[in-house]
Design a protein around this ligand. Structure first.
Ligand code: GAR
Length: 302
């Protein structure tokens, strides 16, 4: 039986506890990618996105990566005679960027053993159903058509059978009689963002181990915070994202004098620090340079 296999460490083998390098593969909208980017930027996960690769030239995911000054690569399937050749090149790119963990974040292409064997138990996929139910495409539509009352999402390690790798986390959501594919997908998506970023953090902390079909999760440092405190942090994080997005939008779209722009950045900094007094460094090293780059780009467009 597969459980008799020796345990396979799925987390960094060199003992690093922080700062793993991610390769994110996405074919479209990239909201899961965005959740990872945000979580990295605010230090919620100890990782850095080393490269984003898409099989679609117009994927919004590539645009999101560029906006955050991340390496964004369009790898055109038409340029490769076989799927294996495509994945061969993918592995080269990922290895060049010293990627530790590959994330299939809305990646709609089937991956071949070429990629899987290069990253055994180091590729995670997020899927919008409670696997093994509804693998494949348009899982929320399949779930509605089947008439299930509960659906959800699954984050799992990728093995050679599509959507059947060892499950890391799942989250369930109710299905309501009036649901459409869009409303159910949106409810599931919220949970996807949560469990995918959590799975990456657990991997980065070295807490995941694959034993046969199972992923064993070892306990982390005790989190003594109450549920209320955790919810409060989530709310503050949400506000932080809103503040940063609003400022970026204003800086990009509005005709502001340089002084007004600087005042807006400083005001945003104060608001962020009133929410998270310990995020001064994050603000100065990540958000501030991004804001000034927006101004710089605007200046060069004029
Ligand atoms: C997500 O719902 C993801 O679970 C799904 O595609 C969507 C991508 O959204 N993936 C699959 O169906 C893979 N079989 P995103 O581009 O906004 O992250």
């Amino acid at each position: 039986m597969s459980d008799q296999n020796p345990p396979v460490p799925a987390s960094p083998v060199d003992g690093r506890q922080a700062g793993i390098r991610l390769g994110a593969l996405s074919s479209g909208r990239g909201s899961n990618l965005q959740a990872i980017i945000d979580a990295c930027e605010v230090g919620k996960i100890s990782a850095k996105i080393a490269v984003v690769v898409s099989d679609k030239s117009d994927a919004l995911a590539l645009e999101r990566a560029r906006r955050h000054r991340l390496m964004a690569v369009f790898l055109n399937p038409k340029e490769f005679p076989t799927r294996e050749d495509y994945d061969e090149r993918m592995v080269e790119i990922l290895k060049q960027q010293a990627v530790d963990l590959v994330i299939l974040a809305g990646y709609m292409r089937i991956v071949t053993p070429r990629l899987i064997s290069a990253y055994p138990n180091r590729i995670m996929n997020i899927h919008p159903s409670l696997l093994p139910s509804f693998p494949g495409l348009r899982a929320p539509k399949q779930a509605l058509e089947w008439g299930v009352k509960v659906s959800g999402c699954t984050v799992h390690f990728v093995n050679e059978t599509v959507d059947q790798g060892p499950i890391i986390f799942q989250a369930a959501v109710p299905v309501f009689p009036e649901d459409t594919e869009a409303s159910l997908s949106a409810r599931i998506l919220e949970q996807e963002h949560r469990i995918l970023t959590q799975a990456i953090q657990y991997f980065a902390e070295g807490r995941l181990q694959v034993v046969g079909r199972r992923v064993i999760i070892s306990p982390g440092k005790a989190d003594d915070r109450s549920e209320m405190e955790k919810r409060d942090e989530d709310r503050r994080m949400e506000k932080l994202r809103g503040l940063v997005d609003d400022a970026a939008e204003k800086l990009a779209a509005e005709e502001l004098s340089f002084d007004d722009a600087r005042r807006l950045i400083e005001w945003t900094r104060e608001q962020v620090l009133s929410l998270f007094p310990d995020k001064a460094e994050t603000f100065d090293l990540i958000y501030k340079p991004r804001f000034y780059r927006i101004l710089d780009e605007k200046l060069h467009r004029i």
